[in-house]
Design a protein around this ligand. Structure first.
Ligand SMILES: NC(=O)c1ccc[n+]([C@@H]2O[C@H](COP(=O)([O-])OP(=O)(O)OC[C@H]3O[C@@H](n4cnc5c(N)ncnc54)[C@H](OP(=O)(O)O)[C@@H]3O)[C@@H](O)[C@H]2O)c1
Length: 249
């Protein structure tokens, strides 16, 4: 197992998709995983059950990452229940695709709020706990679209994902003196609820642009998150690990 006994990991948006796969993978490698969800309690409880059936340990924890009080309460619980946090994965995210000329301010701000502000709030609270023990790893789930511009209709999402990359690189400077690493994964096109909503011809068009000729699986992203969170990546910080099957851009 990659993680020593007692390791505590928190995955935001751990109830579905990539976050679900990350939660299962971290638990398989020995971490106790706090599976965060905003609304999908049943899904989060199903992730916990799957982890426990596999011999691991996990707890479902509710919090809306856009709500400062909610995030503070979540980390207060981490502190009181565990007195430590070794791994934070900021994965919670949404898309609200719309062409710019038709985009309302709310439609612009929603992905910025969940994706970027949610990352900020969780990282700030996690750093406060991790600094005490002078140890920790943060993995932010960005997107290859934050590097290559994504698709038409994604200015809001792409801006949030590019911001996460810049934020994480800056955080890596502040975290390093405390022996904390901060990295990003930048997945391409992955088969989850987020991409299921696309019409089949659109999906096909995107898949045709991927060198490997298929969408990624959440488990393929999870392995990279676990790597970055583990001591195998002890000399990696401020990095962006792209997993896009050979590129959409
Ligand atoms: N799928 C892709 O192709 C792809 C590609 C690149 C990057 N990504 C990124 O990967 C991450 C996961 O995406 P996914 O495809 O797995 O999406 P998904 O299947 O739609 O799952 C999204 C997760 O985020 C949680 N979430 C949403 N709003 C939240 C909030 N305010 N507070 C806490 N949790 C919240 C959801 O929980 P609730 O159901 O409880 O709200 C859910 O667990 C996102 O950051 C996404 O941008 C995805």
């Amino acid at each position: 197992m990659l993680f020593p006994e007692g390791t505590v990991a928190l995955v935001t948006g751990g109830s579905r998709g990539i976050g679900r796969a990350v939660s299962v993978d971290l638990a398989r490698e020995g971490a106790h995983v706090l599976v965060n969800y905003a609304r999908s309690q049943q899904d989060a409880e199903a992730v916990v059950a799957e982890i426990e059936e596999g011999g691991g340990s996990a707890t479902a924890v509710q919090a809306d990452v856009t709500d400062e009080a909610s995030v503070r309460a979540l980390f207060a619980r981490v502190r009181s229940d565990h007195q430590r946090l070794d791994v934070l994965v900021t994965n919670a995210g949404v898309t609200r695709d719309r062409h710019l000329v038709a985009m309302s301010l709310d439609q612009f701000q929603e992905p910025m709020g969940v994706n970027m502000t949610g990352t900020f709030l969780a990282c700030r609270e996690a750093m406060r706990i991790m600094q005490h023990r002078r140890a920790g790893a943060i993995v932010a789930v960005s997107s290859s679209s934050g590097l290559d511009g994504g698709f038409p209709g994604q200015t809001n999402y792409v801006a949030s994902k590019g911001a996460i990359i810049a934020f994480t690189k800056a955080l890596a400077y502040e975290a390093a003196p405390h022996n904390i690493r901060a990295n990003c994964v930048a997945p391409g096109f992955v088969a989850t609820d987020m991409t299921k909503v696309l019409p089949p011809p659109t999906r096909k068009k995107y898949e045709d642009r991927i060198r490997l000729g298929r969408m990624g699986r959440p488990e393929e992203i999870a392995r990279l998150v676990t790597f970055l969170a583990s001591e195998n990546a002890s000399y990696v910080t401020g990095a962006v690990l792209v997993a896009d099957g050979g590129g959409l851009g």
